[in-house]
Design a protein around this ligand. Structure first.
Ligand code: ADP
Length: 484
């Protein structure tokens, strides 16, 4: 069985969020004698700069896009144990940020982003129409960036390749005006039922295209699979998802235990063994001291708990709850807080203000892989107050380092964090509920024997890919059987 992953991110090559971790680790967990997997990505500028030496040009082609013939080049290489394919094109893919609209969100930047990924989808299908070796039996597509693949496969391939679409985040749907169809070289035709239905409101929703066109759908936790069929979490697609429930599966994401292992993690100053919670606590204390020195956060008391945040700074992540209790947060001297992340300007500004007004709060507005590792290793708790959370990886990563998640009980957070055992969970979306939950953590931390048990349970929580990888394999078989 050959499975081609098509996605916009893949760690370590290019990473903005958890999608990259999944696309970078699931194939490794899948590959065996029976299954071969490759990952196809756009060749963004940072990737060209860093990896082009280790890539070979294997093909090139062209198709009409925006009224003219546009060329693309396909590169291949094995990066970090994964066979990767890249689509290169200077005009649509090789310029600017990975997501031109991230943190900006203007109409223009959104349009540039949509065109980038529609071009990418078209090029993937063009390449598949000509490729003679390693033909995929199944395409595993990810998020709206690949939502047009089922339609384009139907349009341009003689032989159908089944598509499984994984929804990593329903909040982003890739909505675009109908001109994109003209760019693809075709207007609306009477027989394009799915396009016409979607276009009734004068735009196309690329995630919706994927949802309707894919043979099977998955999302990244069992609870999120339920939630997205409700008005509260459905982002306007709840009814469609309800109708398509027969092909929707919730499979919990896993993490790569080799990447996230404090015993071997070269990015943290002091490595520590996960086997013994006492050693973990000692190791974390040394990492906390090193982190306070590096930031610097000299006046923070090492004996008080450190609450870490490693996150995209967007409204999805629930930081408006911290804003509701900002006076208490800033005035508090019972815990310190270190936050790392970038995203929406307004929320970044709140963090800056809190950081300026408190000696115990430090905010770093960067995407910094090494600092993220240091925060996981040094923190006693990791705060994830999400409004919605399809799966969430940071709580799983935190637990690998003996860091106790403090989370809102939604989506994958609900599926992985057990209140009073390996973490602290609050349900109501209020600042007060968040504050009470942090305080429960602070109190538990003050009693070493209580805290020891939390750390032990967190370390014992197992989020390796094995189980979920098996579930994906069964779905690949099912999808492949549709064309046999
Ligand atoms: P999402 O995909 O919604 O962003 P996840 O919890 O699924 O959230 O995954 C986030 C991933 O991105 C984790 O691997 C986390 O460590 C990483 N991450 C988030 N923000 C940063 C940052 N500012 N610097 C480094 N890594 C980050």
């Amino acid at each position: 069985m050959n499975v081609l992953f098509v996605a916009s991110e893949c760690a370590p090559v290019v990473k903005v969020g958890g999608l990259a971790d999944v696309v970078g680790s699931l194939p490794k967990a899948l590959i065996d004698d029976m299954l071969s997997a490759k990952v196809m990505l756009p060749l963004y500028t940072p990737v060209i700069d860093k990896y082009k030496q280790s890539l070979n040009e294997i093909d090139s082609g062209d198709f009409v896009f925006s009224g003219e013939k546009k060329a693309y080049t396909v590169y291949a290489g094995n990066i970090d144990g994964i066979d990767m394919l890249f689509i290169g094109n200077d005009e649509y893919i090789g310029s600017g940020e990975i997501y031109p609209s991230f943190g900006v969100g203007t109409k223009d930047s959104k349009q540039i982003e949509v065109e980038r990924f529609v071009f990418f989808n078209r090029a993937v299908v063009d390449y598949l129409s000509r490729s003679r070796d390693w033909i995929p039996d199944v395409i595993h597509a990810h998020d709206w960036h690949t939502g047009l693949l089922p339609y384009l496969i139907h349009e341009h391939l003689d032989k159908k390749i089944p598509v499984i679409l994984t929804i990593h985040n329903l909040g982003n749907q890739g909505i675009t005006d109908l001109k994109i169809l003209e760019k693809l070289g075709q207007g609306r035709r009477i027989e394009d039922g799915v396009i016409n239905w979607d276009a009734r409101d004068d735009n196309l929703d690329l995630l919706l295209q994927g949802i309707l066109g894919a043979d099977l759908l998955t999302t990244v936790s069992p609870t999120y699979a339920e939630e997205i069929t409700t008005v509260e979490f459905g982002h306007g697609l709840d009814k469609v998802l309800m109708d398509n429930r027969y092909k929707l599966y919730g499979i919990l994401n896993g993490i790569d235990n080799e990447v996230w292992d404090p015993a071997t993690d070269e990015m943290i100053p002091v490595q520590f063994n996960r086997e013994d919670p006492k050693e973990v606590l000692k190791g974390k204390l040394k990492n906390k001291a090193a982190l306070y020195e590096e930031l610097p956060m000299g006046s923070a008391d090492l004996t008080k708990p450190l609450v870490g945040i490693v996150s995209r700074i967007t409204s999805q992540k629930g930081f408006d709850l911290l804003k509701q209790v900002e006076e208490a947060v800033v005035a508090n001297d019972q815990f310190a807080m270190v936050a790392l992340g970038t995203g929406e300007a307004e929320i970044e500004e709140w963090f800056r203000k809190w950081s300026d007004n408190s000696p115990y709060i430090h905010y770093v507005d960067a995407f910094d892989e090494a600092l993220a590792h240091k925060i996981y290793a040094a923190s006693d708790m990791l705060l994830i107050p999400s409004r919605f959370e399809p799966c969430g990886l940071t709580q799983m990563i935190a637990m690998r380092y003996g860091t106790i998640p403090v989370v809102r009980g939604v989506g994958g957070l609900y599926d992985t964090v057990i209140d009073g055992k390996n973490g602290f969970v609050f349900k109501d979306y209020t600042g007060n509920a968040l504050w009470q939950c942090i305080m429960r953590g602070v109190e538990a931390f003050s009693d070493t024997s209580v805290w020891y048990k939390f750390v032990k349970h967190a370390l014992e929580s197992d989020f390796a890919w094995n189980h979920s990888a098996l579930q994906y394999k069964l779905l690949y078989e099912k999808a492949a059987s549709f064309v046999r």
